[in-house]
Design a protein around this ligand. Structure first.
Ligand SMILES: Nc1nc2c(ncn2[C@@H]2O[C@H](COP(=O)(O)OP(=O)(O)O)[C@@H](O)[C@H]2O)c(=O)[nH]1
Ligand SMILES: [Mg+2]
Length: 710
């Protein structure tokens, strides 16, 4: 395969509504570029892009597929993304490495949730956007209405560069840059270029003027020419258009039928001429803020933006070259893991199709296999040359958590291996074994995201699993002082056991002086791995307990801190003063004091106004204004405290604090309240005391569970 130079490369992401035709469009683009000789379809389950079993079964994309096509001397790398919001991680992955987002809009449905979500992410990542109104062949296609909705979504920057001729089905468009009519031959291929019919002339000229004004508006020198001559040449329009596209001052609109292969050839040409090359947009940065100049003469540096696990090949790493050029067999260094790697092969990929490349230059996208310790979001440098690390892509925090367990305990090991593999290719899927909860917690972007994980485990790997709501990591603490003593005594037969401990416990607060009614002879401060502290004061007078037993008492207390007396959760923020006790000349030993310490602590804790604390999250919800009331009612049912409100366009933003225990399946509820338009983020805020009624319920649940365990 040919080696393309930086200025001959265009990188695009196909994003937008589910079922708007992204995958079909990618297929048509590959067909036009001669990458495939036969076009597959979604119905026949043979597209290049949706080749994974799960995608064939769902008849829709789940993972972004990296593909490539060409137009004349230009290589067009295409990342075909899933449209469902739960797979937004793939959209973010793609937007990171492309210069332009192509948002497909279904001409039957107009702007959909997926269109809005796609546009929002393109805005967040500051990416240029072009809209393609697809499915124009459909009986119910409504170009004008769809265009109106796109303008409503994206504003005045929306600029037509083509429009369909009405009344003939979809067989021709007027192309404003060319000022020609493009007539589509039946069965696809390059359009016939004809003069604009007389009855379209006025409309075409009117729209051309809008296009020219928008194009000139992005470049002062063009503005001058425009004022001088009253018009611009095709080349001049193109120059202004490209600048406008780059700085998001223009969102061009084209129209196609991906299924019938109409308008695709012109779309590819438009991409080549008017979309920015990788070196024509803002430079990427390293973690130190250094700009990486996209040129093949720079030091080679590449960024792995995605990994996939391919049958028979193992982990495939897909990368974009941010600087320099890479050749086969190069020695590499991964500065993230300090791992030495070798670029055994460079592959140009399109779904399952792979072509070997001997080199790949700045701006291009390619893949490699057999890297030892390199995964998504890592940087590859040429051996020892540089320690620059490309700033990794930032993904939204997970929104949906579930606990997972193999139905058959003999599958546990296999399950954890599968989860590790899944995590490698799905960056927004998080898997964590919680030692505290003794559960494996899987979290992702929504219920559908988790269901895909479930599908892989159950269908592809044949392991039966249960999913259930995760336990909540509660904390226990005390609110007042309390004393307790415990005597551990066992004297049946042989050697006995004896230990007696008297303690006073107090709540600990940061900054409060460490003092108690007993004289402190020694103090130790233990920061706890689960947050908060334990202060251990030795207040023993007159040698009532030997110093050598003090660590054993602490050990007993710690055991109870790890499995708090109320609900078995971690306890925190407590001062323990050991002020008295008794020993037996023969029977006292460490075990006896450990048990005495443990029991004394448990007794004191119960009398010290114990309370349960729960994790509370800062939640920010974005809802369409007309669903605000329902959304508020739902939040109130979740014990939310509203902290503030804001608005953004047609959306309201609610900021609230919500206990984690109440956030179970929130993404699913919000989605149903807002018909999929709502979005939210959540971040841990702090631990807060649970209300009395909740505490009572939790205590009872723990008691019942303890009884069951007995
Ligand atoms: N009539 C018509 N159907 C289309 C067109 N493009 C895609 N489709 C159909 O719409 C459905 C969804 O297409 P797909 O490419 O999977 O959409 P994606 O979810 O955006 O990737 C499939 O049944 C396609 O055959 C088109 O231009 N015209
Ligand atoms: Mg698709």
């Amino acid at each position: 395969m040919k080696v393309y130079q930086t200025n001959e490369i265009r990188n695009i992401a196909l994003i937008g509504g589910s079922r708007s035709g992204k995958t079909t469009m990618a297929e048509a683009m590959l067909f036009h570029g001669g990458i495939i000789s036969r076009k597959g379809t979604i119905d026949d389950k043979n597209t290049v892009s949706d080749y994974r079993d799960i995608e064939l079964e769902r008849q829709g994309s789940v993972y972004a597929s990296v593909l490539n096509s060409q137009f004349e001397d230009c290589k067009i790398n295409i990342i075909d993304c899933p449209g469902v919001d739960d797979f937004v991680g793939e959209v973010i992955t793609a937007l990171r490495v492309v210069e332009t987002a192509v948002i497909t809009v279904n001409a039957n449905n107009g702007v959909e949730v997926g269109t809005e979500v796609g546009f929002r992410w393109a805005k967040k990542t500051d990416k240029p956007v072009a809209f393609v109104i697809n499915q124009m062949d459909h009986d119910k296609a409504n170009f004008e209405e769809t265009l109106r909705q796109i303008k409503q979504l994206a504003g005045g920057a929306v600029t037509l560069v083509q429009y369909p001729i009405e009344g003939t089905g979809f067989s021709a468009v007027i192309d404003l840059m060319k000022m020609k009519m493009l007539k589509f031959p039946v069965g696809g291929d390059a359009p016939e270029v004809l003069d604009i019919p007389a009855d379209e002339q006025d409309k075409a000229e009117e729209l051309l003027n809008v296009l020219i004004e928008n194009a000139a508006g992005n470049d002062e020198s063009l503005m001058e020419i425009f004022f001088d001559k009253g018009t611009l040449t095709e080349e001049e329009i193109s120059r202004g258009l490209k600048l406008g596209i780059i700085n998001r001052g223009i969102f061009p609109v084209l129209c196609t039928s991906a299924k019938n292969d109409q308008g695709i050839n012109r779309l590819l040409e438009f991409i080549k001429i008017n979309f920015p090359a990788p070196n024509e947009v803002a430079a990427e940065k390293t973690t130190d803020g250094k700009e990486l100049i996209c040129s093949k003469t720079e030091t080679p540096i590449a960024y792995i933006f995605k990994s996939t696990i391919e049958p028979h090949l193992g982990e495939m790493s897909i990368f974009k070259v941010y600087g320099g050029e890479f050749t086969e067999a190069m020695d590499l260094l991964n500065p993230n893991t300090s791992s030495k790697e070798r670029l055994s092969q460079i592959l140009s990929i399109a779904g399952k199709n792979r072509d070997k490349l001997e080199r790949v230059v700045a701006g291009d996208i390619a893949a490699t296999i057999k890297l030892k310790n390199t995964h998504a979001l890592n940087t590859l440098n040429v051996s020892k040359n540089s320690n620059d690390i490309v700033a990794p892509t930032i993904y939204p925090d997970p929104k949906f958590r579930t606990a997972i367990k193999a139905k058959n305990s003999s599958d546990e090991e296999k399950l954890s291996a599968i989860l590790t593999d899944m995590k490698k290719q799905d960056i927004t899927l998080q898997v964590q074994y919680s030692k505290e909860l003794k559960q494996i917690i899987v979290s992702g972007q929504g219920e559908q995201h988790i269901n895909v994980a479930k599908w892989f485990i159950e269908k592809a790997n044949k392991i039966e699993i249960d999913l259930f709501p995760p336990k909540i990591p509660y904390r226990e603490t005390i609110t007042k002082t309390a004393e307790a003593m415990y005597r551990h005594k066992k004297q049946s037969g042989g050697a006995g056991q004896f230990g007696e401990v008297h303690i006073l416990i107090e709540p600990w607060t940061e900054g409060k002086p460490n003092q108690t009614k007993y004289p402190i002879r020694g103090t130790d401060e233990y920061p706890l791995s689960w947050g908060g502290k334990l202060i251990y004061n030795n207040c023993i007078v007159g040698g009532s307990i030997d110093a050598r037993f003090m660590p054993a008492i602490l050990k007993g207390i710690m055991e109870k801190m790890e499995e708090g007396p109320l609900t078995g959760s971690y306890a925190r923020d407590i001062v323990v003063n050991v002020y008295d006790g008794k020993m037996h000349p023969v029977d006292s030993n460490e075990l006896a004091f450990k048990l005495a310490g443990r029991q004394a602590f448990r007794e004191a804790f119960k009398n010290a106004g114990p309370k349960i604390m729960e994790p509370v999250y800062d939640v920010e919800v974005m809802v369409p204004a007309d669903r605000m009331g329902d959304c508020m009612t739902d939040l109130q049912g979740r014990r939310a405290i509203v902290m503030g409100m804001d608005s953004e366009g047609d959306y309201q933003i609610i900021k609230a604090r919500v206990p984690l225990a109440e956030m179970n399946k929130y993404s699913t509820s919000l989605s149903s309240i807002t018909s999929g338009r709502g979005m939210y983020t959540m971040k841990f805020f702090d631990y807060q005391q649970v209300p009395v009624d909740v505490q009572i319920t939790l205590l009872k649940a723990y008691e019942d569970q303890e009884k069951d365990d007995e």
